[in-house]
Write a protein that binds this ligand. Structure first.
Ligand code: HEM
Length: 416
């Protein structure tokens, strides 16, 4: 494959995209991806510059980009609200909206949920207490983020499975290439999610509680006006969706990295304080949100390529995160890397992930608890090959069969 025809949606490339990322960074840092018309930007510094320049690179990507058929868009209009996430906007609206919600997502505020998170993680870790192979994705990574978000929003815990289904469907348009029937299915399920959330808003108005949906219905702008129903819906959708696949895959890929890097697990047992850097390195190396989009508001020239006004720019965080211009020896999981946390897995600047403190806490606590209970994680015998969910924006393992090695653990304990 030459650089000019690199297609990041190609399942072959997705299996191991890192060679393609390097070729793009070195030879085509602004790459027009075949069959999509979008421009992929892959170098760390370029991505940082773009996310800091909302005047020329707008977050307000038109809905036409996600839905190609009018029928799906019309279905949203006829049966609920057009799909619009209020944070997917530019200043000054973005600044005002984000400022209203940011206080509820700070690291300090999120820490208050730690006891509840420990309980949820502990319950899931109990289910891994077996010497038989387990699918870490299905049994741990899948239920954890959704259970956490369900609790934070103030929804019944048992609803986490249906919410997971709706959010899985919600992100399908980011993969592109959906048939008209699939687009319609996305719209129908999207409206079911909206109706579910509208009911929940009503409940929270009647019975306020210490949860995020209550925050949404009680939030007031500087002039005293409440958020509109459309805004509340859009934000609640984004919070549920944002919390799901990304954290799920952050957890799964961290386990994969743990197993694939001999010596790392021993070091984490010896120095639990290094779990923090371990998590940052896994986020950097595997970037669960592999890329996101902007739209140009004017013609822009970058590295000799003119990106015309109105074009979609794909910011490939996953490629920037292995840019040797910023991270020396970028493919190495380095527990002593000094700038590990400067990665782009959560993006940067004004759209920096609002849920980053929550995601970090979840993944850190998960590994703290798992490592305190089990040792010598390894891939289950015969399960050393991996498959990824097709898609462009997210990188997602379909399954991860693992086992911990009781014999090796016992030998280690005896030696100690
Ligand atoms: C490992 C887990 C996660 C990853 C890798 C991740 C990644 C990202 C990235 C890359 C962006 C910025 C997109 C851009 O600049 O275009 C973003 C934004 C966002 N994320 Fe996350 N996310 C994660 C978890 C969460 C969680 C748990 C929530 C729950 C609240 C969340 C909610 C959001 C929201 C609301 C935004 C929009 C922020 C804005 O535009 O101002 N994310 N996330």
């Amino acid at each position: 494959m030459t650089t000019t025809n690199i297609n990041l949606s190609d399942p072959e490339v997705q299996r191991c995209p890192f060679g393609a990322y390097k070729a793009l960074r070195d030879e085509a840092p602004v790459h027009r991806m075949p069959n999509t018309g979008m421009y992929v930007v892959s170098r760390y510094e370029d991505i940082c510059d773009i996310v800091r320049d909302p005047d020329r690179f707008s977050m307000a990507v038109p809905m036409d980009f996600l839905f190609k058929t009018d029928a799906a868009k019309q279905y949203y209009r006829d049966h609920g609200y057009p799909r619009r996430t209020p944070l997917s906007s530019d200043p000054p609206y973005h600044t005002e909206f984000r400022d209203l919600l940011e206080p509820f997502f700070t690291a300090g505020r999120i820490r208050q949920w730690e006891p509840r998170l420990r309980e949820l993680i502990g319950n899931l870790a109990d289910k891994l207490e077996t010497d038989k192979p387990v699918d870490f994705v299905a049994d741990f990574c899948f239920p954890l983020p959704m259970s956490v978000m369900t609790v934070l929003l103030g929804l019944p815990l048992e609803d986490h499975k249906i919410l997971k289904h709706w959010t899985d469907v919600w992100v399908l348009p980011f993969s592109h290439g959906l048939t008209p029937e699939q687009e319609m299915y996305v719209a129908e399920e999207g409206i079911k999610l909206q109706r579910y959330l509208l009911d929940a808003f009503e409940r929270k108005r009647r019975e306020p509680a210490d949860d995020l949906l209550t925050v949404l219905v009680q939030t007031r702008r500087a002039d005293g006006s409440p958020l509109t129903t459309h805004e509340m819906l859009g934000f609640a959708e984004q919070a549920v969706v944002g919390a799901n696949e990304t954290t799920q895959n952050g957890l799964a890929m961290a386990m994969k990295e743990l197993i694939e890097n001999p010596g790392v697990e021993d070091r984490l047992h010896a120095e639990p304080g290094k779990i923090r850097t371990f998590v940052e390195e896994c986020l950097r190396l595997q970037s669960p949100t592999a890329g996101m989009y902007r739209v140009t508001t004017q013609d822009v020239e970058l590295h000799g390529v003119t990106i015309p006004k109105g074009c979609i720019v794909h910011l490939r965080f996953a490629a920037g995160n292995r840019d040797e211009r910023h991270f020396p020896n970028p493919d190495k999981l380095d527990l002593d890397r000094r700038n590990a946390a400067s990665h782009l897995a959560f993006s940067q600047a004004i759209h920096h992930c609002l849920g980053a403190p929550l995601a970090r806490l979840e993944i850190n606590l998960a590994f703290e608890i798992l490592l305190s209970r089990r040792q010598h994680f390894r891939f289950a015998r015969g399960a050393e090959s991996f498959e990824y969910v097709p898609g462009l924006a997210l990188r997602q393992l379909k399954y991860l069969w693992i086992q911990s090695d009781p014999a090796a653990a016992a030998a280690r304990a005896t030696a100690a």
